[in-house]
Ligand binder design. Structure first.
Ligand code: WT7
Length: 633
């Protein structure tokens, strides 16, 4: 079989594919879509309106994505390993599933969903640790036509219940407990708190994992009990190309997380295409992405992309520092990982623990090492490249977002110019632009601007669940006929993109995306808090840390005990990931005469550059600035 032209394995192939993809995008994507298993072919490749927005790919096509992730591989590679599960504790047993075994697990799971009343279009919330059942659950939802909404199992009961309510989920799938490093969480008990206020929930399906005693009630079905009785055959539901595949909640600049909606056909095509090309996956390579399935990276590059491509994929339950800060490298050696994909925050944390942890291991299987989630600073890039890649593996810095569904800007393995802190060129099919704040196109290189995309791509966001206007307003109203990313970027003399970071009120803490308003709302729940303002500041390990300025009532104690109380509330309302790193008690906040908080000033104070504040005379009360600078923590 000749290599399809989109299997891009040289600079020339890239140039040619890029040119094809812009000259005739529909032909380009159609030829890729043709490599999948469809139940009915599309009548039109693309229908697009970036104003409403209303974008449809492979219009009227019918398929089930799980037939592409599983069934179509059975004939030629049923015995190939699909998933290698590496447990939290290195002494526990590794679990592996071939494609044939995966088929059996997903079919059984699909039957369990069906027997418990889940049908096409229903929403199912998944709140699970990193265990194979998380992947089976997602695929089973897709197989029965239900829309999954995975919620990261680090979010609190309150955050979970908000997401269940917004999606009106009928079922939540969880486990008794979760272990990460030495920490344990009883997920079923958190779910019990969450579903008290969720009338839509009819069933809590619980996987036995840690064996802990947990509270159950009339809603409970134990997975292992249902499993015994479930049949191993299940006919995949027929889905329209534009039927919703999943909802994934992510933070924006308002207090309420939004449910990003991805649909079936386009997401499938792009997840597979981007996976194969960015990681240059081939043959029996072993791929490992360390993300959690609760984030988009886990959706696209642990579950859908790798399985669509028929790859062998490692799934890891634990954390990089347990039992020792060499765990990643030990696992790379153990499973002879060929492509490794992780986040800058993990790289920085491990770098800080010393080179000897990495030096101990062979790791000569590595061909491509990837970075995702936030800008990777030069020092971390160099360390990753030298200590892990060892001048042999190609480092890919992949820029994308929950909303884009797949990697948008990145080198493709060895192809491209590998330059520290630069993501590189767009994938063929992706047309990014830099705009000025006024929306003027910046055509020259060596310029900085706002990053937007001017042409639709198959895995782009379709809507925000239950609130299409929000989707229009956030992503499609800033610049006419463009998707706006919310990021600022710079293009160098060779056209390589360097992502600078968010230009909105979103902060990126250890690769986790949080809205400043969300954190403020949580802090404000403390009865003695009058007002708060949260900004991000540079943090050595986390990328950004959370700095909170808080005005408390006069009678409140302004001490560490009070700080702890506020932290506890944030953990309750959102989750531990959102706990402020620094809390400063202030008596006032810098506001304009119209009452708007000048976050620019607060950011400068937090990052220690308050000597360049600029003009503060337009503030309602300029004197608060000096007192805030004095009290900096
Ligand atoms: C935001 C999206 C993409 C999956 C994980 C995060 C930042 C992402 C990079 C990168 C610089 C990056 C952007 C983006 N970001 N990748 N390689 N270099 N910044 O997904 O939670 O939707 O966050 O993460 O600011 O907008 P997300």
């Amino acid at each position: 079989m000749s290599t399809p032209f989109y299997q891009i394995n040289s600079q020339e192939a890239y140039d040619k594919a890029y040119q094809n993809s812009t000259q005739n995008p529909e032909m380009f994507w159609e030829s890729i879509a043709e490599t999948f298993k469809w139940k009915k072919r599309w009548t039109q490749v693309l229908e697009s309106d970036f104003i409403k927005p209303d974008v449809k790919w492979f219009v009227n096509g019918e398929l089930n994505i799980t037939e592409n992730c599983i069934d179509r591989h059975l004939e030629n590679q049923g015995n190939k390993t699909a998933i290698i599960w590496e447990p939290n504790n290195p002494n526990d047993e590794v679990r592996s599933y071939s494609y044939a075994e995966l088929a059996k697990e997903v079919n059984k799971f699909s039957n369990i969903l069906k027997e418990n009343g889940i049908t096409k279009g229903d929403r199912v919330c998944i709140y699970l640790p990193m265990i194979p059942e998380a992947a089976f659950a997602m695929l089973a939802c897709a197989r029965v036509g239900a829309i999954h909404s995975v919620v990261f199992a680090g979010f609190s009961a309150k955050a979970l219940s908000d997401r269940i309510i917004d999606a009106e989920a009928k079922m939540v799938i969880t486990s008794d407990g979760l272990v990460r490093g030495t920490k344990k969480l009883l997920l079923r008990n958190i779910v019990a708190d969450a579903v008290q206020n969720c009338p839509s929930i009819q069933t809590v399906l619980t996987v036995k994992h840690t064996g802990d005693n947990v509270n159950t009630n009339h809603l409970d079905v134990w997975y292992h009990e249902a499993y015994e009785k479930a049949s191993e055959a299940f006919e995949a539901e027929t889905m329209n190309s534009e039927d919703e595949l999943f909802i994934l909640y992510t933070s924006g600049s308002t207090g309420k997380p939004k449910g990003v909606v991805h649909t079936t056909g386009g997401y499938m095509v792009y997840a597979d295409y981007s996976f194969r090309n960015v990681f240059q996956y081939e043959g029996d390579d072993v791929f490992w992405c360390t993300a959690d399935v609760g984030w988009i990276t886990g959706h696209s590059y642990i579950v859908y992309g790798p399985l669509l491509a028929g790859s062998t994929c490692v799934m890891f339950e634990g954390i990089p520092t347990y039992p020792e800060p060499d765990r990643f490298w030990q696992v790379v050696e153990k499973h002879k990982v060929n492509q490794f994909y992780t986040a800058p925050t993990a790289i920085r944390a491990l770098m800080a623990c010393g080179d000897h942890h990495a030096d101990k291991y062979e790791m000569d299987s590595l061909k491509v090492i990837g970075s995702v989630g936030e800008p990777i600073n030069e020092e971390a890039w160099n360390w990753y490249n030298e200590k892990i890649g060892r001048g042999k593996a190609a480092l890919v810095d992949t820029w994308w977002q929950t909303e884009t569904g797949g990697i948008m800007i990145s080198n493709l393995g060895k192809i491209g110019i590998h330059k520290a802190t630069h993501a590189g060129l767009p994938l063929p099919g992706i047309q990014p632009v830099l705009l000025t704040a006024e929306g003027k196109l910046i055509e020259e290189n060596n310029q900085e601007g706002l990053l937007a995309v001017k042409f639709p791509w198959p895995s782009m966001i379709r809507t925000t669940w239950g609130d299409h206007e929000r989707c229009r307003q956030v992503y499609f109203s800033a610049f006419e006929n463009h998707y706006f990313t919310g990021d600022g970027a710079k293009r160098d003399e060779n056209g390589l993109y360097r992502i600078i970071g968010r230009v909105d009120d979103v902060i990126n803490v250890s690769g986790h995306r949080l809205g400043t308003a969300e954190v403020e709302n949580a802090i404000n729940e403390h009865p003695q808090v009058i007002e708060s303002a949260v900004v991000g500041y540079p943090h050595d390990i986390k990328g950004q840390g959370i700095y909170a300025y808080v005005i408390c009532s006069e009678t409140a104690r302004k001490d560490d005990a009070m700080r702890k109380e506020m932290e506890a509330i944030v953990s309750d309302v959102i989750g531990r990931i959102a706990k402020p790193d620094k809390i400063q008690f202030v008596t006032g906040l810098p506001k304009t005469r119209s009452g708007k908080i000048m976050r620019r000033i607060l950011r400068k104070i937090a990052d220690g550059t308050s000597d360049s504040l600029g003009d503060v005379s337009t503030l309602l009360d300029p004197s608060v600035v000096d007192s805030i600078i004095e009290g900096k923590v």
